[in-house]
Design a protein around this ligand. Sequence first.
Ligand code: NAD
Ligand code: MG
Length: 395
Amino acid sequence: MAGVLRMQRVAVLGATGSIGTSALDVIARHPQQLCASVLAAGSQVDALLALCRTHAPAHAVIADAAFYPALRDGLQSAGLHTQAHTGDAALQALVASAACDTVVAAIVGAAGLPSTLAAARAGKRLLLANKESLVLAGDLLMQAARTHGAVIVPIDSEHNAIFQCLADGNPAARITLTASGGPFRGWTREHLAAVTPAQAVAHPKWSMGPKISVDSASLMNKGLEVIEAHHLFAVAADQIRVLVHPQSLVHSLVDFVDGSTLAQLGLPDMRTALAVGLGWPQRIASGVAPLDLLAQGGRLEFELPDVDAFPCLALAYAAMTAGGTAPAVLNAANEEAVSAFLQGRLGFLGIPDTVAATLDAMPAQPADTIETLLATDARARTYARQYIARVGGYA
Ligand code: NAD
Ligand code: MG
């Protein structure tokens, strides 16, 4: 009908998580333009059913097949027309289908790669929060997006900031990723040895899922983000710098050849980045209040990260420079180590130790197929698990 904009149908993968919830909050603010047409989660079937009652999507997917009957029956007894699905293949098919125009890739970890890649191959608008898929298979994912015309809008706050700064199409001479420094900024290695999971997930500025919260505490998150920036913006290692900025108001900065530096600022709330992705190139309301610098304390501070106390950042730079399979090894070992740490099977300093040992044991090989990368991911996980079983209690 003339004059009526077509509704943008959005698939939210990782709908029950921190990013997924924020995405649905923004979508619900624009009922004339946006609707959640596909919702997917790992195993939290009750939370997924609650979201289905609120958003009435056409499809709901639960990754863990054991929860499929509960999803199907729950949808039926709620009187919803939402179709229930389970499994990776169903998710990939839905992501690639006409059921959605836009995909919010917000599954945590390498588990998000197949659906993210499917969205890129189907030429969807891809709101990419799942940074692990870029670390694991950045070249392939970017190539798939280029070949199939998928527009990637990064959702990671730093990369979303850079995306906004680069909107006029000029290349960046250098990128500065800001880091909050996490809950342990200023701590020594001795103090870090006794850190508990509860301390590590209590981030001072952002409310996030447990895995990325631990990554933020170890600075591995910033390491993954350096690799992410390399792929998204085609910048080399020596063009990417990290500065700790405890206020978390400047989300990143870009230097240009003429001496200009552009930055994006805002309150630490992921709904801003998600609104940028959902509305781009238009600005749409996100529910986030405007930034009042004085109310936020009136100070913006920057310092260098402490790479001795937090070796994960240097490990990520090294893996990126080594290239090939090395970033996939880094990511897999880190996922295993973080999971062991959260379960109380590994000390906090055991995280960088596990990653370093796995990288040492698996020197970088060329990696130009997804099969090679997935096989590397599996081998690195096996190695890391064995390492953790050997040293975990003492590391
Ligand atoms: P989270 O733990 O809060 O949520 C993860 C979601 O993924 C849940 O909905 C879970 O059910 C789902 N999931 C897990 N395994 C799955 C599987 N195999 N199949 C389908 N769904 C599965 O995590 P989060 O904090 O929302 O982070 C999600 C992603 O976004 C991560 O890659 C993270 O690095 C990135 N990210 C998050 C933030 C943030 O503020 N939370 C910021 C930047 C980037
Ligand atoms: Mg980030």
